[in-house]
Design a protein around this ligand. Sequence first.
Ligand SMILES: [Ca+2]
Ligand SMILES: [Ca+2]
Ligand SMILES: [Ca+2]
Length: 271
Amino acid sequence: MRTLLILGVLVLGTLGSSTAQRPQDTPAGVPTPTSPRIQDPPADVPTYVIPRRPGPIEIDGRADDEAWNAADPIEFTFPWNDVTLEEPQTTIARLLYDDEALYVVFECVDPYLDSQVTERDGPVYEEDSVGLFLAPNPHDTSVYFGFEMNILGTLLDYVAYDGGEVRTPGESIRYEWRSEGVEIETTYEGTLNDHSDIDEGWVVEARIPFHNFRHYGARIPPQPGDLWHINLIRNAGYKGQFSLWSDTRAERPSFHHSAWFGIASFSFRVP
Ligand SMILES: [Ca+2]
Ligand SMILES: [Ca+2]
Ligand SMILES: [Ca+2]
């Protein structure tokens, strides 16, 4: 028994030293997730064609605008949860663009709605939130912009340098960056922050004007055929799962690796 106890202490000691690497693994303030990887990453990063918006989009937190049907669904993967053993908390996202802005909608299945942060740039990553990461300069994907939004529509926005890899607080991820003109609306079905029952889900719909990226070497507005490296992510919240579009190859839940973002191209097709 004594040997087992000592072994236990040794194992705990090892875990302790891995959590000490937290600044490298997660951005400032992000709780350290512990689930290890349970699936091999795919050979290639995913690709997506962003259609030109074929009709009006009302930013109202509902994905029922006819125009959204033009956008293929983006499905999220679960590198760190075995969703054959637990119910996947699925996310379907879609993207559209026009001359002024990028449009995104996330539809999230969610049994436990968990969202309290209302302050701009607050820690929405600690609760139910989705994020869109955009590296608009194809010649320098080490710089990208993050837009993380919770069920209440609270926005945490930032610019990240060094591909997001340097996590010393305030170093590569700069929360002080403020986007302009972003519209966000959300809806949900269920009881917010009451985990005694089972909820249905939530929707985030947003419009992000391209002028926010005008100083970073990208072509603004993007032209048909332009390639942006992007990712879409979902934080776990209460009893949730970390999921995303393009697998970052990380051994434990970790989103900020722009080298592994997927590739989105702006469609040539005129609707
Ligand atoms: Ca809508
Ligand atoms: Ca949740
Ligand atoms: Ca900010």
